[in-house]
Design a protein around this ligand. Structure first.
Ligand code: SF4
Length: 82
């Protein structure tokens, strides 16, 4: 896969309509996710886009973010190639 070779960014997003602020994702992958003011997950400042709940991460953080995506109990995290 190209992105694996060139370390291309991946889009990551937290759906705040679904997030229940249980903290699983930022416990598992604090390199990408952190708690927002209300406890719902947001993207850490380094990788954040226009909105706190979305951003771009390098390929080498994919496994970490993917672990959180899978573990999120409400399926609020999306992760896809840019
Ligand atoms: S794991 Fe899911 S529900 Fe829990 S804080 Fe993260 S995005 Fe929200």
């Amino acid at each position: 896969m190209l992105s694996a070779v060139y370390n291309l960014p991946l889009k990551v997003k937290v759906n705040w309509d679904l997030c229940i602020a249980d903290g699983v994702c930022y416990a598992l992958c604090p390199q990408v996710f952190e708690a927002g003011p209300d406890g719902k997950a947001q993207i850490v400042k380094e990788f954040r886009g226009g909105q706190p709940n979305e951003g771009k991460i390098p390929e080498d953080l994919k496994d970490c973010a993917e672990q959180s995506r899978v573990a999120c109990p409400v399926g609020a995290i999306s992760l896809e190639p840019e």
